[in-house]
Design a protein around this ligand. Sequence first.
Ligand SMILES: Nc1ncnc2c1ncn2[C@@H]1O[C@H](COP(=O)(O)OP(=O)(O)O)[C@@H](O)[C@H]1O
Ligand SMILES: [Mg+2]
Length: 283
Amino acid sequence: MTTDTHGDALLEVDDVIVDYRRGRSTFRALKGISMKIGAGECVGLVGESGSGKSTLGKAILGLAPVTSGTIRFDGRDITHAKGAERRRLAADLQVVFQDPYGSLDPTLTVGQILAEPLTASGTGRAEARKAVAEMLDHVRLPADTVTRYPSEFSGGQRQRVAIARALVRRPRLIVCDEPVSALDLTTQAAVIDLFIDIQRETGVSYLFVSHDLGVVRRICHRVSVMYQGECVESGPNETVTRDPGHPYTRRLLLASPVADPARQAERRRSWLGLRAVSASPVP
Ligand SMILES: Nc1ncnc2c1ncn2[C@@H]1O[C@H](COP(=O)(O)OP(=O)(O)O)[C@@H](O)[C@H]1O
Ligand SMILES: [Mg+2]
């Protein structure tokens, strides 16, 4: 499953530093992050809360203050792209957030929500309607969804609407920031399968952010592990999520849920043992 894409990266993040201003001091949330995502590739970004995953996603989307380093999309430097250039980029670069309640306008029907990015960029109404119907089909929602409002749907269905909205302009990369973290396990599995199917069907790339190693294991080709604003390990899915080299990744692995209760108990035992030996701070 692993794709070697180093020659023709769609997204290239090179030594990116992000500093947030906190009153009179600054907080360095990213301490020089580098990564690449190829066309049709899913790269996972995993790490505990506060490790800087969302900040990297935001930096790519132009929503975080990049102090230094470079972000290239399809060879173009987009690190400090703003205004019209950013709006043009939105055709190729989209996002799905964890919380579809916050990201879907409750006063609009699903049809209006999905058509808006198209009509705002000059697509005619009839063509937009056709594209919206196609997108609903893509995310396995019934056609009559167009006339309904976000509040009428379950969390999983709402996330399907958010995915459809991200897809409607046929982007080349979607930043997915904890897109299944608010869902129960069954719905989570169905939405992950949807992400995989869409990638197969469209060839879109994902930066897939999750605090759960079990989730990135199911979907990503390669995985990068974040710890306190740094990337401590990255490599093929199979290596990072099953046989990690870094003690921090091993701790994440032991903390991710497994279905089998006996294995769970075994994991818990070794988790406690490992915590005892790794009392010294993880580098
Ligand atoms: N706008 C902001 N201003 C100041 N600090 C921030 C801001 N956004 C995030 N941070 C801090 O940056 C660190 C990384 O946050 P974030 O990227 O959201 O982590 P994650 O997504 O891995 O949970 C955290 O310590 C967080 O408190
Ligand atoms: Mg986050």
